[in-house]
Design a protein around this ligand. Sequence first.
Ligand code: WQD
Length: 335
Amino acid sequence: MHKILVTGGLGFIGSHTVVELQNEGFEVVIIDDLSNSTLDVLDKITAITNVKPSFFKIDLKDKTAVTNFFNENTIDGVIHFAASKAVGESVEKPLRYYENNIGSLIYLLQQMNAKNVNNFIFSSSCTVYGQADELPITENAPIKPAESPYGNTKQIGEEIIKDTTKISELKAIALRYFNPIGAHESAKIGELPIGVPQNLIPFVTQTAAGLRNELSVFGSDYPTPDGTAIRDYIHVVDLAKAHIIAMQRLLKNNQKKSFEVFNIGTGKGNSVLEVIQSFEKVTGQKLNYKFTDRREGDITAAYADTTIANNELGWKAKLTLEDALLSAWKWQKTL
Ligand code: WQD
């Protein structure tokens, strides 16, 4: 049984990935600093899979703690989610983002090299493309100057990993996520935004639940069919499964290059208005919303060309926008 370290494994995407790893029979060890997650997620994962992952509360910026962990644990592969991920906050606190997201990555890779742990999956983001010139977006689309320090840490992170694969036995896959949404069908785990949600779906479900007065639709004058911005919303369970398939690719040495990149999206774009209409349809909940100005830094449209992920990785999104919205609503009602 392979033992996989999942950093940030108590977070939104991390916890869903731990569930799918355990479903596939992997032994999982989680490192999380609990800065953007809560310990009860460990019990929820256990309740879903009847297997309790081992857990270490470690801040990956603590080089000694990372070294001690790798001295005491034999790991076959690492899936690295742990990072700060609020776009707006990164603009206000760039140094915190560079220190956390880049510093942690470096200490992790140093220890992996030192202990000959050579299978690495990196949580990247379609944000590296900025506003792509062509849609759908392929992995060959040019990397645009980052719109935020958060996005920059993903671009720099990919470069650091690529350079490390050139001088070591490290094999790595960067998964560029589009917009992860939804929750596990059990409604035991899901997105737990702290404070006012920055992302669309948690704000939608909190508005529908009466926790927020109304949703502000950021911009209705985009050059899109209905004037609102378009994104590729992917169910977090489909996204989690992509990580297992990517890790198995490395464990079996099926990778074509030591550093590979895959777009993980549905390949379909939906506007904010379409999301609202779909939410109202599948939940029967009327949503209170108004149109406001565009949000600084937002792009008009992004959705994935998933040909390479489908053909090369052998992964394809199966769940629909409606599945994801319904699961998000079911999850919200448990909070
Ligand atoms: C989606 C759409 C908003 C909130 C970001 C990061 C990306 C990833 C996902 C971390 C946009 C609109 C939103 C609201 C709105 N994060 N919106 N009202 O900005 O596409 O992507 O989150 O990995 O890296 O860039 O996601 O959910 O914030 O916004 O109208 O209250 O919903 O303008 O068009 P985004 P989002």
